[in-house]
Design a protein around this ligand. Structure first.
Ligand SMILES: Cc1cc2nc3c(=O)[nH]c(=O)nc-3n(C[C@H](O)[C@H](O)[C@H](O)COP(=O)(O)OP(=O)(O)OC[C@H]3O[C@@H](n4cnc5c(N)ncnc54)[C@H](O)[C@@H]3O)c2cc1C
Length: 220
């Protein structure tokens, strides 16, 4: 459960200072427009970041290249055009049909495939995909965390639960450490990912989530 929601839903109310801090925590939302296009192996990549100001798409997934089992239909490729947005903004307000049209136009504009190759489309909207790291988020997280730590039987875990830009494995590790803690362990789930560097091979409690880096680094 997102840290903000948890803090705001506890009754009786937690300290006003912590409520105010929780309200300041922000999230970024996300739309994936799936396009089914004719043809296989359009490119070799699994994902491509797009930095072209002429289009709104921010990243493209090529699901076949992640695993052929994701698209078990011969002769087609499933692309995921990812749009970073906020709930309620102009992009979010688009209908699914409009988003599919936008994605179709942009994939053609980028030169991947022509309009005519697009056979089908679908839209997936996801709220709170990213905890926002703005100038004050660390102070706000610390204030909320300190207040919630009064409850020995409450453990916050995961990406939004701790407002940390975690990978999946780190999010799971926080869950494991929280379970351990409830059973009497002493390792602290908040110590997972405390730094901003990425150390795939570091001991788990020191491992950190990457600050977004160029395409080849595997940021998510
Ligand atoms: C587009 C994208 C691509 C990514 N790619 C990768 C990748 O390739 N590799 C990788 O390691 N990580 C990747 N990540 C990160 C990874 O998805 C997250 O780190 C991981 O899912 C976090 O796990 P979690 O359990 O904290 O949260 P989630 O997986 O988000 O699970 C939280 C669950 O809690 C539910 N929930 C929320 N509020 C409540 C409530 N009030 N009551 C009940 N249920 C609630 C939600 O519906 C959700 O099901 C990606 C993330 C995004 C957004």
């Amino acid at each position: 459960m997102p840290l903000r929601d948890a803090a705001l839903s506890i009754r009786p109310r937690i300290k006003t200072e912590a409520i105010t801090a929780a309200r300041e925590l922000k999230y970024r939302d996300f739309i994936t427009v799936l396009l089914v296009v004719r043809g296989e192996r359009i490119v070799d990549d699994t994902w491509i970041y797009v930095h072209d100001p002429k289009v709104r798409v921010g990243r493209i997934q090529i699901f076949n290249n992640w695993s052929p089992d994701l698209v078990p239909v011969p002769g087609v490729t499933c692309l995921g055009l990812e749009y970073f947005c906020n709930v309620g903004d102009e992009l979010w307000a688009h209908s699914d049909a409009e988003l599919i049209q936008l994605a179709t136009n942009e994939i053609a504009q980028l030169g991947f495939v022509s309009h005519k190759a697009v056979e089908d489309g679908a839209v997936a909207r996801m709220e709170k995909t990213y905890p926002v790291y703005d100038g004050n988020y660390e102070t706000h997280v610390a204030t909320v965390r300190q207040e919630l730590e009064r409850f020995a039987n409450l453990q916050m875990i995961g990406r939004n639960g701790m407002h940390k830009y975690n990978n999946q494995d780190h999010a799971m590790l926080t869950g494991m450490l929280a379970a351990e803690r409830l059973a009497g362990g002493t390792r602290d789930p908040w110590k997972v990912n405390t730094d901003a560097e990425y150390h795939e091979s570091a001991p788990a409690e020191q491992a950190g989530r990457a600050i977004p880096r160029p395409i080849e680094s595997g940021t998510t």
